[in-house]
Design a protein around this ligand. Structure first.
Ligand SMILES: Cc1cc2nc3c(=O)[nH]c(=O)nc-3n(C[C@H](O)[C@H](O)[C@H](O)COP(=O)(O)OP(=O)(O)OC[C@H]3O[C@@H](n4cnc5c(N)ncnc54)[C@H](O)[C@@H]3O)c2cc1C
Length: 377
């Protein structure tokens, strides 16, 4: 399609701002409606594997991501005591770097600046108040009073997606996996120059991820009751109890965790929208359509790939409905594969019984998956 489209992106997170940038750079008119009043995303950092960095280059922000983050190449696997079991070089997608760690607020800033520079309008502190798709266009009113008629509305509004609820009610509400992630941002130890993952027979995994020259985060996954919340005054001690038995770099990092307020706790849930990801001119993307567990560090990577491929599909197709069909055909198998393997890894690492199908998937493993995911898609 060569005619500029009017597009509303609902959700200015990682996927939404990537899409806004990709579309605005192509000359489309893009509004982003983001619920949060300000940019700062919740704490901690994120891993950008090579396929995510490939997308960052396509939208012109690779150098900014690398400047604000910590580029790395080797995943080190340790036993619980801290002895190195393997040092695994990460593959590259084309000539994109192998991996980068970056603080989430820095990534949000890079993407928001890029979207604005490309000409998108990002409206903060607002959300959809009403939305009506008549087949030829979508009429939207936002809670800040803005109204518009759009050719396409994209729900990049995260795991709790209100647009998913608009399309499918509670049919695809997030499902809690029974596991939760504990994360703490710490000063980076000089020896943490790539992800250090400590796993073994403790029914838990812990890892250290460099996210800037100065910072790294300690992350770990444990089985937790759905209604469990860390005690605000003792969260650091609760984390320490759970990591009892880990030695080496994990224990050294843990010794620095003294402030309960520094502990970020996130329940791990999944979303699988089995019906089409698009209905008429409204489409769900990223976590709204296919949130997965973080075990391959690919959730945001899938979201930014969704964004780039959606922009490419709109370039190539004759009309928005055809573009959405082509987009979903390209995206669903890959996103579902990431979700299934990520969940199987969670089960394997936590000693949860796996199915025969999961055992088959697990033959690929984390190192094999990295090689699969840098192939063209
Ligand atoms: C513990 C943990 C660790 C992870 N680590 C990694 C990693 O290392 N690498 C990786 O690739 N992925 C990782 N992920 C996954 C990654 O964070 C998500 O997959 C990614 O953020 C999804 O992007 P998104 O744009 O779809 O959603 P989000 O980034 O969640 O963005 C959704 C946006 O929509 C907004 N929104 C919500 N409701 C509304 C509304 N009503 N109106 C308007 N806006 C709204 C939100 O405020 C938000 O800005 C991790 C996830 C978890 C839980």
């Amino acid at each position: 399609m060569t005619t500029p489209l009017r597009v509303l992106v609902h959700g200015g997170g990682i996927g939404g701002l990537t899409l806004a940038t990709a579309l605005a750079r192509r000359g489309h008119h893009v509004d982003v409606a983001e619920l949060r009043e300000r940019l700062e995303a919740l704490g901690v950092g994120i891993i950008q594997p090579s396929n995510a960095l490939h997308v960052m280059r396509e939208i012109g922000v690779l150098d900014d991501c690398l400047a604000d983050g910590f580029e790395w190449e080797v995943l080190t696997v340790c036993d619980p005591a801290g002895a190195t079991l393997a040092a695994i070089p990460q593959p590259r997608m084309g000539d994109a770097p192998a991996a980068n760690g970056i603080p989430r607020p820095a990534l949000a800033r890079v993407l928001a600046d890029a979207a604005a520079k490309a000409g998108a309008t990002v409206r903060f502190g607002t959300t959809i108040a009403s939305v009506t798709d008549d087949g030829e266009g979508v009429d939207v009113t936002l809670t800040d009073g803005h109204t518009g008629r759009y050719d396409l509305v994209v729900g990049f509004d995260g795991i709790g997606s209100p647009l998913r609820r608009h399309l499918y009610g509670e049919a695809y509400a997030p499902e809690y996996t029974g596991f939760a992630n504990w994360r703490v941002t710490l000063p980076r130890s000089p020896e943490v120059r790539g992800v250090v993952m400590s796993t073994g027979n403790l029914k838990a995994k812990a890892l250290l991820t460099p996210i800037s020259t100065d910072l790294m985060y300690l992350g770990s996954v444990f089985a937790e009751a759905e209604d469990f919340r860390p005690d605000p005054e003792h969260a650091h001690e609760q984390l320490r109890e759970r990591l009892t038995g880990f030695g080496g770099p994990i224990a050294e990092a843990l010794a620095q965790v003294t402030d309960p307020a520094s502990v970020v706790y996130s329940r791990i849930s999944q979303v699988t929208v089995e019906q089409p990801w698009h209905v008429g001119r409204i489409v769900l993307a990223g976590d709204a359509a296919h949130a997965s567990t973080p075990h391959l560090a690919q959730g945001a990577a899938m979201a930014v790939e969704d964004a780039l491929v959606l922009a490419q599909s709109l370039d190539a197709a004759d009309g928005v409905p055809a573009a959405l069909t082509a987009w979903e055909e390209r995206r669903r198998p890959r996103a579902m594969w990431v979700q299934a393997l990520s969940h199987a890894i969670l089960k394997q690492e936590t000693g949860t019984p796996t199915t025969a199908e999961e055992d088959e998937l697990l033959k690929v493993g984390i190192p094999g998956a990295a090689h699969v995911l840098v192939q063209p898609y």
